[in-house]
Every structure is written in structure tokens, then in C-alpha cells.
Design a protein around this ligand. Structure first.
Ligand SMILES: [Fe+2]
Length: 374
């Protein structure tokens, strides 16, 4: 039997109605039914077409059908002998479709069941995607580089939930794609909930119109007191030295000027920064998205130096965000999220312009690595 690679396109409509109706299921992923094409002979396989088989059931927490019939996230699953598949090569061959078609359309794509052993294997996949590298300048999380273009995901304590955010949306130079890889899934918890920000924006506009108007008209500013050195006990404990890649105050100031920060040096070499006014709602591919760091800052930027409810303010007036409305809004967002549960070897590609991610608390060990690209 000839060697073949089957990609199982795992989509589901999880409503009872769609389960009952195979027609309903079949009508959804038309575009996804097209074969992913492997151009001649680069794999040790005579097969040039990756067949798509849909209909595999996944639990409701792992995928949703959105109102526009898009599967979120899209899972591409290798069901042949993964040891015989060079996943980095496969990604290289299918790069254009992955990056230019599937990722913008679905917002998140999971590669599952491939043999991705370690950080080096993930690093090769990243290089195959052929995207411009995004340095982690201006981000808040403590991270460690473990391979070329690969670093640990936020190293904050496992007991802490990291709220929804777009990666680095609090600075003007942010990555457009975020890639995660799970080397070791946690035994308990540790999911990466994801949510489409166009859906979030729709909820905001329809159910919280006053808040929507203020975000849209005023934008927001982010305020953070950073330590000098990394503080791994905090989810936003990245010291200003690693934030700006320098131990010189003058060089840090050059970086801050570039991004339009206001700043003040404090006792103990701490640094108080206030971002310039940034949009809270933006247009991406013709859709309005809730692109910002508002939820993360408002509900998560708490530590010995910072108070979350003061970490983000309206951009014109400097007013604090209205607490009761924010609470109700965040609850609604959590309610439409997909709680992505990691399996060993999973690679998750996220379009950072239109999808927010977060992290559930977990029990160690867990090793999820990340890479950023423009
Ligand atoms: Fe993140």
C-alpha cells in the first residue's frame, strides 16, 4: 500500500442540529475540502496530494462553528505514520496556503499528530513558515530563548490565569502571527483559550454600546511599573532591562521614544511607563476587531507594583474603565472562547491580528513554547 499522508480536517458543528444533519456538516468547510498540495517529490512519498477527511468529532471545547460558518480553530491532523513525515518540509510546501489562506480565514490553525519532538523541531517549522522575525521588545512577560526564534511562553506562576490578550498589542510594533508548540502538556489545566476578536467586537457593539463608543473614539493607554530585573513571580514581571534589551537607561529611553511612551524613573530603579494612545478597535481584513490589551491589563496586570484596574485608561480623558460594565463584558467574552487543550506535539498558529489567547492555570510540568512573526 503506497505511503500516503492524510490530513484529517477536523471541523464540527457541535449543535445538536448539525450533528443530526450530515448536510449541515458538509455545507460548512467547502474551501477546506480542497486538497493541500505537496509539490513534487520533496517528501519521501510518491503521493502529491494530502487528502482531507472531515467529520472527525472533537469535544465541544476544542472547536466551534462561528456565525459566518468558519471553523475555529481549524485542525489539520496527520493520520499516517508521523515518523515518516518531515513536518517542517510539509509546512514549507504548504506554506502559502497555510499562511495566506487558512490562517487569515480561520484565525487559528492546529497541526496535530505530527512528530514534533522538541524545540529544534519547532524552530525548523517556524523557519519553514518563512515569516519575518518579530523580536520580543516591549512585551511584559518573562521568557527564555530556547532555540532559534523560539522561547518559553509566559513563565508566570502556574496558579495564575493569564487573561485574554493580543500578543504585544500594548506597543505599536506587535507580531501579526503567534506560533505555539506543546512539548509537554500539563496533567491538569494549562489550556490555551482562544477567541475571535471580530466576534468580541460584535458583542461589544451590540450589548455594550456605550463602552464600544468610548473605546472606538478615545482608544486607550497602558500604564505599567516595571522592575529593573525580571520578576518571575509576576505575569507582567518583565524587567525594563529585558523589555528593552539593554541595561542602559539611555538606550531604554531611545526605545521608549520610538514607541511614543511617556516614562518616569522611580526608586529602586523601577520604571513607570505610559503608552501613547493606542486604538482599541481596529479594522482587519474588512472586519472590526477588538484589538488591544484591555482585558489582560484590566483583569491581569496585578502584582506587587501594579493595580490592574488602573493599568489601562481611556486614551483621551485618562478615565478609568467602568468596572461593572467591564465585568459583564469580560464574562461574555469568556463565554464564547474555545478552550484549546494541548496534546504533545501540537503546533498552534494564531493570527494575532484577529484572535486573542489566554492561559488557564495548571499543574506542573507543562512546557509550551512560542515564536512571534510579523
Ligand atoms: Fe501571550
Amino acid at each position: 500500500m503506497r505511503l500516503s499522508i492524510f490530513i484529517l480536517l477536523s471541523y464540527l458543528s457541535y449543535t445538536l442540529a448539525s450533528r443530526k444533519s450530515s448536510n449541515a456538516q458538509n455545507s460548512v468547510p467547502l474551501a477546506s475540502r480542497r486538497s493541500l498540495h505537496v509539490r513534487g517529490g520533496s517528501l519521501q512519498s510518491p503521493v502529491s496530494t494530502l487528502n482531507l477527511i472531515d467529520g472527525e468529532e472533537m469535544s465541544m471545547t476544542e472547536s466551534r462553528i462561528l456565525s459566518d460558518s468558519t471553523v475555529f480553530p481549524l485542525t489539520l491532523k496527520c493520520s499516517s505514520d508521523s515518523k515518516k513525515v518531515d513536518v517542517a518540509e510539509w509546512v514549507k510546501v504548504n506554506r502559502d496556503r497555510l499562511v495566506s489562506e487558512l490562517l487569515p480565514k480561520h484565525g487559528a490553525v492546529v497541526l496535530r499528530g505530527f512528530d514534533v519532538k522538541d524545540e529544534e523541531a519547532f524552530s525548523r517549522i517556524i523557519k519553514s513558515l518563512d515569516l519575518e522575525e518579530q523580536p520580543y521588545i516591549g512585551g511584559n512577560a518573562v521568557r527564555t530563548v530556547v532555540a532559534d526564534r523560539v522561547f518559553t511562553s509566559n513563565e508566570s506562576p502556574p496558579t495564575e490565569r493569564i487573561p485574554f490578550h493580543h500578543e504585544m498589542a500594548q506597543v505599536p510594533r506587535y507580531p501579526t502571527r503567534v506560533m505555539f508548540y506543546c512539548q509537554v502538556p500539563s496533567r491538569e489545566g494549562g489550556e490555551t483559550p482562544i477567541v475571535r476578536s471580530d466576534e468580541v467586537c460584535e458583542i461589544l457593539r451590540g450589548e455594550f454600546p456605550d463602552l464600544y463608543e468610548r473605546f472606538k473614539e478615545e482608544g486607550v493607554k497602558y500604564v505599567r511599573l516595571a522592575p529593573m530585573d525580571d520578576d518571575p513571580t509576576s505575569a507582567l514581571g518583565r524587567g525594563w532591562k529585558s523589555t528593552f534589551g539593554t541595561s542602559s537607561r539611555e538606550k531604554a529611553e531611545v526605545e521608549m521614544k520610538k514607541d511614543g511612551f511617556e516614562w518616569e524613573w522611580k526608586d529602586n530603579d523601577e520604571l513607570l511607563t505610559k503608552s501613547k494612545k493606542l486604538s482599541a478597535i481596529r479594522m482587519v481584513d474588512g472586519k472590526e476587531v477588538f484589538f488591544n490589551q484591555v482585558i489582560a491589563a484590566y483583569s491581569g496586570w496585578n502584582d506587587s507594583r501594579n493595580v490592574a484596574s488602573r493599568a489601562v485608561v481611556f486614551g483621551e480623558t485618562g478615565d478609568l474603565l467602568p468596572s461593572a460594565t467591564m465585568k459583564a463584558f469580560i464574562e461574555r467574552v469568556n463565554g464564547i472562547a474555545v478552550s484549546f487543550e494541548w496534546k504533545q506535539g501540537d503546533v498552534l498558529l494564531i493570527d494575532n491580528r484577529q484572535v486573542m489567547h489566554s492561559r488557564a492555570p495548571f499543574v506542573k510540568p507543562r512546557r509550551v513554547l512560542a515564536s512571534l512573526a510579523r
